[in-house]
Design a protein around this ligand. Structure first.
Ligand code: ADP
Ligand code: MG
Length: 613
């Protein structure tokens, strides 16, 4: 610190020793010093000196001086006018301090502050500082980008205005709760974005403490988690669907047992009435209802993916013709259905049930796209895809294909809808009308079977969906209900294992009526006990799959080595048994899906007994 005294009457200035060190000056005239003042600060400081000399108050200035060495220093000058009591000369007396270190630190702080602001404002997350009550003292510009509110508006409690009214109180109370615990803060809330849509955000904050340990502020960030939420929601939805599928599968299992009893007994009953009996009509109604219920459970199982896939060599034309009547019923009377079938259609390998499901899904979509009627056309054709064209199609490889085209004159699709067509749960239909699973299932089945799909559609111009399945060689499997009439009676000895009493009784009756020698057991363990006393050969094991004690596949596993000639027929109302599934896909085991009619059972039994392998 330099102390100085400037005699205004004589113009001389006395300076203390430090003047040499700080300013490079000794005592002398005022001009020595005034000449050092930085040119940018000079006018201001000159004016302040002039005012002080006139006695208009104390001088108090901070400014730069440039020393003779060229070095710049920040100094502060404080001075007051006084009159010397002896000489009556006016003096300006004061002190001058070196501020250089402090000023440099200040400048550094300023620069770092600026850097921080720049970083904070370009960060792609919201960064905020609030006091313990949520009063916001800083928020970066990302807030303005994310939320329809300027930074200035957000300060204080302004930010709360953009929080969903239902979440506002919670947000505030969570601040209070976290403050009381002096702990981290985490809020999830909905906020209004710049387009006035609600989105989800998570705000996380951490308390900052003063040096004395008192609570100072929260510093935190806000991240938009809307996309995460959507994904989460989708995952939940698919888990729900899976749980629902399992439930449906379980229900279908029990249901199929009941339906076996209902349809089996009513068909047996029908056979006992003379054909002109008026009561026959009632029994037939029961049979028909049982069959409808059976197709319902089949759909439930298909949905839960618990149907057994049995790929067969198929003629697509036959499948289309077989379910044409049902498709017509599905679309109603305002829509015309046209079939264009290639007479020399090649064969494909596909599960017939899946094939029907695909057709139904496509037809239902076409119907929904034509609420005021129109036309839908199902066309089959042979196509070959050469290397060049295959290359332009991401999902296809070159080869021969059978094409199924479904064309409608409905509302068509926008490019956005077309892009998401195969996405599970994507639907444009009202809640309860669409599940968004139809095309996802179609896509899954086609992909699974090595095929590919083309879609072309314009809004208002209908849709054309083309499915391609690889063509295969071979002979088409006999369609489901082709064999007619009852097979000839048999005399073989069978082992029937089924845990449901009523189902077992029904099956026993049907098989015995057909002439078979039947041993019965209600589960695998019982069957083994029974066989311990039975010395005759067993020619066919007819067994339920899922049973308490010992299930069908396990039983077969034990018995097959013991009776090498024995054939096995599995019955099941649900199909989650891995071994049977696997065996069926490999065409290794015989299987009859419950519910089945007595006729289907005796046919299947005959077929398995007669099979040569
Ligand atoms: P859902 O029928 O349950 O909505 P889909 O997966 O079958 O589910 O279809 C998804 C969406 O694709 C439909 O909601 C609809 O917007 C559109 N879509 C499917 N097929 C057609 C079609 N033939 N014409 C117009 N839009 C269709
Ligand atoms: Mg659909």
């Amino acid at each position: 610190m330099v102390a100085w005294d400037w005699n205004l009457a004589t113009g001389t200035v006395h300076r203390s020793e430090q003047a040499a060190e700080i300013l490079g000056l000794e005592s002398g005239t005022a001009d020595d010093f005034l000449g050092l003042i930085h040119s940018e600060d000079r006018d201001r400081v000159d004016a302040a000196f002039a005012a002080a000399k006139r006695g208009e108050g104390d001088l108090r200035e901070e400014f730069r001086v440039v020393l003779a060495t060229g070095q710049t220093r920040w100094v502060s000058a404080v001075a007051r006018l006084r009159i010397d009591p002896e000489t009556h000369h006016p003096h300006l007396a004061g002190v001058c301090r070196d501020l250089t270190d402090r000023k440099q630190a200040e400048l550094q702080i300023q620069a770092s502050e600026q850097r921080f602001r720049q970083m904070a404002n370009t960060a792609p997350v919201v960064i905020w500082v609030t006091d313990v009550s949520g009063y916001c003292t800083f928020i970066n510009e990302h807030w303005a980008r994310l939320v329809g509110q300027s930074v200035e508006q957000a300060l204080g409690f302004g930010w709360l205005e953009r929080i969903h009214p239902e979440d506002r109180e919670l947000a505030k109370s969570q601040f209070v709760a976290a403050t009381e615990r002096k702990s981290d803060l985490q809020l999830e809330y909905r906020f209004l974005d710049h387009a006035n849509n609600y989105r989800w955000a998570i705000a996380a904050g951490r308390p900052r403490f003063n040096r004395d340990g008192t609570f100072d502020a929260y510093i935190g960030c806000v991240v938009d988690i809307t996309e995460h939420r959507l994904l989460e929601e989708r995952l939940r939805q698919s888990q729900k669907m899976e749980a629902f599928g399992q439930l449906a599968g379980g229900v279908a299992h029990d249901f199929n047992n009941l339906l076996t009893i209902i349809t089996g007994n009513s068909e047996s009953l029908a056979e006992q009435f003379p054909s002109d009996d008026a009561r026959l009509e009632f029994v037939r109604e029961i049979c028909a209802a049982g069959q409808r219920a059976a197709s319902l459970t089949q759909q439930l199982l298909a949905f839960s993916r618990q149907t057994i896939l049995a790929s067969k060599v198929l003629d697509l034309n036959t499948v289309v013709s077989d379910i044409e009547r049902m498709l017509r019923r599905l679309i109603g009377e305002d829509i015309r259905l046209r079939l264009r079938q290639e007479p020399n259609l090649r064969l494909i390998k596909l599960d017939p049930g899946q094939c029907e499901q695909i057709l139904m899904n496509l037809i239902v979509n076409a119907r929904d796209a034509m609420p005021r009627g129109g036309e839908v056309e199902i066309e089959t054709s042979n196509v070959s895809l050469d290397e060049r064209r295959a290359a332009s199609h991401p999902e296809a490889i070159a080869g021969d294909y059978v094409r199924l085209t479904v064309r409608d004159t409905g509302c068509g699709m926008t490019p956005e809808v077309r892009a998401r067509l195969f996405e599970p749960y994507f639907t444009t239909k009202a809640v309860g009308k669409g599940t968004g699973l139809g095309m996802a299932v179609v896509h899954g089945i086609v992909k699974q079977n090595g095929g590919y799909i083309d879609v072309s559609s314009e809004p208002g111009a209908g849709a054309v969906i083309q499915l391609h399945f690889p063509a295969v060689e071979g002979t088409a499997a006999a369609p489901k209900n082709e064999a007619s009439g009852k097979p000839a009676p048999g005399s073989e000895s069978l082992l029937l294992v089924e845990d449901e009493d009523a189902v077992r009784r029904l099956l026993l009756r049907i098989l015995e009526q057909q002439g078979y020698q039947v041993l019965v057991a209600s589960n695998g363990r019982e069957a083994l006990a029974l066989l311990a006393e039975h010395r005759e050969p067993i020619e066919l094991l007819v067994t339920d799959v899922v049973m308490p004690e010992l299930g069908g596949p396990e039983l077969a596993h034990v018995l097959c080595p013991r009776y090498p000639e024995m054939k096995v027929l599995f019955l099941s109302g649900h199909t989650d048994d891995a071994m049977v599934r696997h065996g069926l896909v490999q065409d290794e085991v015989a299987f009859l899906q419950k519910p089945f009619s007595p006729l289907a059972l005796v046919r299947k039994v005959r077929e398995v007994l007669d099979a040569t392998d």
